[in-house]
Design a protein around this ligand. Structure first.
Ligand code: ADP
Ligand code: ZN
Length: 542
C-alpha cells in the first residue's frame, strides 16, 4: 500500500523538520516512523547514536495530532528520562516523566495532566508502569481511545540473555495483554539472535516488523592486546594515544570489580590524570556527582564497573578501555559503543589474558543458574574469546556476530598491522594426539592442566597415578612454555578442534575440527612468535 505510507511519511518528515529541526531521516528511520505512525508494532535494532529516540517521538507527535492521544515510553533510567523530557520540552513538545524522583504531589499533577489529555509523551519506569494503580489510569485513557502508543526503550533488558537483565521488564507483557490494540515499538542497541528471539517472545512481539540497522561504528578503532601488566599498558595507551600538552581526552575504563575500580582510579590520579571511580558500592549522591562531572567537565576519565554507562549520552568520549574482559560480545559492543558518538575517531582498547577466561568461566560455573542456562553463557563467552583471539579483521567478526556481513575495515589492530603468523600445525597435532592418546589409554578424559603437564613432561602425582609418563606424547612439547600451549589450546577451542566439556570438569575432547588438522591439510597459525623455553622464568599473572 504505497500511497498512504507516502502520505504518512510526508507528515512524519514535516514533524521532523518543524519540531526537531532536522532535514531528513537517517537510515531506516523513515520506514520505522511511517510503520509505527500507522499503528504497526516494531522491533528496532539500531546502534547507539543511530537515532532511536526519533523512531517513537515522531510517531508519538503524529498520532497525538491525529487525536489518538498519549504515548507511554518505558525507560529504565531516571537520568535518561530527565534528559529526554528536557529536550522535548525545549522543542515545544508536551512531555513529562513519572519516577521515584518526583514528590507525591508532582506525580499526582502529572497523572491529572495525562488524564486530561495534555501530555503527548510520558516517560515512566517499568515498575511504575505495571502497578495496578497506573494500569487503571491507562484503562481510562484506553476506553476513551486516547492511548496511542507504547515505546519500550532498552528492550534487551527483558532478556536474561542480554547484558542488562532487569526483571521489572518482564511485567511489560501486560501492555499487550491488557491493551491489545495499542501499537508497541521496542528498541535496543544490541541484540544477537538469541536476545532478539527472547525479546519477541517475552514481549509477545510476534506480529512486529523488525528493523535492523547496520551496527557498524566505522569511527571506532578496535584493538585487543594480550594482558601483561594491565595497568602499565593502560597508562602507556592513554599517554601515547590520548594525551597532549593541553591535557588528556575523556574516556571510560572498565574493570570487573569495585576494588579494582578504586585501585585503577587511584593509580591514574597518581600518574597525573583526572580520573574518578564509579561503581554500585558508592552512595547514590557520589555516583550522581561523578557522572555529572564526567558529562560536564572536559577530559575526565571514568574508571567504572559495568554499572556505569547505559544511557550516558556524552558525544566526545574518545576512548573506552577494558582492563578486564566483558562477559560476551554484546557487552563488549555496548560498552565500546559509548566511544565516539560524535562520529569523530575513537578507540576501543582491551587487554585480556588467560586469567580473564578462567575468571569468567568460574563465575559461570559457580553461579546458581541451571545447567542449560550456563551452557548458553559459556557459548557467548567463547564467541568473545574467538574475537579476542582473531588474527583477522575485528570488525568483520564483531558485525558477523550480529548477523551482518562486511569487508575488512582498515580500522582495527589486525587490519592496520596484520599479526605475524607462525605455523603451529605440528604443535597442534601434538596437543590433539595427546588428548586422544590419554583418553584411549585411561578410558577417561582430562583437563587442560594435566594435558599441558604431559606435553611439557612434568612429573606430578597424577602423572604417576595414571602412568601418563609412559605415554609416547610425554614431554614432546617441553620446548614450549605453558603460556604458549595455552594460547594454542585457546585457538584450537576457538576453531572447534577441541571441545571443553564444562559439564564434566572442563575435560578436553577432540571435536569436529580436529580431523582436518590431524589427517587433512588444515594448518594452524599462531600470532605470537615462539618464545624460548620459559621454565626458569618467573610466572606472570596467568
Ligand atoms: P540512540 O538513542 O539511538 O543512541 P539518539 O536518539 O540519542 O540515539 O540520537 C543520537 C543523536 O543523533 C541525537 O543527537 C539526535 O538528535 C541525532 N539524530 C537522530 N536522528 C537524526 C536525524 N534524522 N537527523 C539529524 N540528527 C539526528
Ligand atoms: Zn579491521
Amino acid at each position: 500500500d504505497v500511497a498512504p505510507e507516502g502520505e504518512t511519511l510526508e507528515t512524519c518528515a514535516g514533524v521532523l523538520q518543524e519540531v526537531f529541526g532536522y532535514d531528513a531521516f537517517r537510515g531506516p528511520q523513515a520506514q520505522i516512523v511511517s510503520h509505527v505512525s500507522e499503528g504497526g508494532d516494531a522491533l528496532v535494532l539500531m546502534p547507539t547514536g543511530g537515532g532511536k529516540s526519533l523512531c517513537y517521538q515522531v510517531p508519538a507527535i503524529v498520532r497525538e495530532r491525529a487525536g489518538q492521544g498519549l504515548t507511554v515510553v518505558v525507560s529504565p533510567l531516571i537520568a535518561l528520562m530527565h534528559d529526554q523530557v528536557g529536550a522535548l520540552l525545549e522543542a515545544g513538545v508536551a512531555a513529562a516523566f513519572l519516577n521515584s524522583s518526583l514528590s507525591l504531589e508532582d506525580a499526582q499533577r502529572v497523572e491529572k495532566e495525562m488524564l486530561r489529555g495534555e501530555i503527548t509523551l510520558l516517560y515512566a519506569a517499568p515498575e511504575r508502569l505495571t502497578t495496578p494503580r497506573f494500569l487503571a489510569l491507562l484503562d481510562s485513557l484506553h476506553e476513551r481511545g486516547k492511548l496511542s502508543l507504547f515505546a519500550i526503550d532498552e528492550a534487551h533488558c527483558v532478556s536474561q540473555w542480554g547484558h542488562d537483565f532487569r526483571p521489572e521488564y518482564r511485567g511489560l507483557v501486560v501492555l499487550h495483554e491488557r491493551f491489545a490494540g495499542v501499537p508497541r515499538v521496542a528498541l535496543t542497541a544490541t541484540a544477537d539472535d538469541l536476545t532478539r528471539a527472547d525479546i519477541v517472545e517475552r514481549l509477545q512481539l510476534e506480529e512486529a516488523r523488525t528493523f535492523i540497522s547496520s551496527f557498524d561504528r566505522p569511527n571506532i578503532r578496535y584493538t585487543i592486546v594480550e594482558k601483561k601488566d594491565g595497568t602499565q599498558q593502560l597508562l602507556r595507551f592513554i599517554r601515547d594515544e590520548h594525551s597532549s600538552p593541553q591535557g588528556h581526552d575523556a574516556g571510560i575504563v572498565y574493570c570487573q570489580s569495585r576494588k579494582r575500580v578504586e585501585e585503577v582510579a587511584g593509580m591514574l590520579c597518581e600518574a597525573g590524570f583526572n580520573a574518578l571511580p564509579y561503581h554500585a558500592g558508592l552512595d547514590a549522591a557520589k555516583r550522581l556527582n561523578h557522572q555529572d562531572r564526567f558529562l560536564r567537565e572536559e577530559g575526565l576519565i571514568m574508571v567504572a564497573t559495568i554499572a556505569f554507562g547505559m544511557g550516558i549520552d556524552k558525544p566526545d568520549v574518545r576512548f573506552v578501555a577494558h582492563l578486564d574482559m566483558p562477559k560476551n560480545i554484546e557487552g563488549y559492543y555496548q560498552e565500546t559503543g559509548r566511544a565516539g558518538r560524535d562520529g569523530e575517531a575513537a578507540n576501543a582498547w582491551m587487554v585480556y589474558g588467560l586469567q580473564d577466561v578462567v575468571n569468567q568461566r568460574r563465575m559461570i560455573d559457580e553461579s546458581p543458574a541451571a545447567d542449560e542456562f550456563k551452557q548458553v553463557l559459556r557459548g557467548k563467552l567463547d564467541a568473545l574469546l574467538t574475537l579476542a583471539e582473531a588474527s583477522d579483521c575485528r570488525r568483520v567478526r564483531l558485525l558477523g556476530y550480529f548477523g551482518e556481513a562486511s569487508e575488512p575495515c582498515g580500522n582495527c589492530d589486525n587490519c592496520i598491522k596484520p599479526p605475524e603468523l607462525h605455523d603451529a600445525t605440528e604443535a597442534a597435532r601434538k596437543v590433539l594426539s595427546c588428548i586422544y592418546r590419554v583418553q584411549q589409554a585411561s578410558g577417561t578424559a582430562f583437563g587442560s592442566g594435566h594435558i599441558m603437564d604431559i606435553l611439557r613432561g612434568k612429573q606430578t602425582d597424577k602423572m604417576a597415578q595414571y602412568a601418563h609418563d609412559k605415554l609416547s606424547t610425554f614431554g614432546i612439547g617441553a620446548d614450549w612454555s605453558e603460556t604458549q600451549w595455552r594460547a594454542l589450546l585457546r585457538q584450537l577451542v576457538a576453531r572447534e578442534a577441541v571441545h571443553v566439556d564444562a559439564a564434566h570438569f572442563n575435560t578436553l575432547h577432540l571435536a569436529e575440527g580436529a580431523r582436518a588438522i590431524l589427517k587433512g591439510g588444515a594448518q594452524v597459525w599462531m600470532k605470537q612468535p615462539s618464545e624460548k623455553p620459559s621454565r626458569s622464568r618467573s610466572r606472570g599473572s596467568s
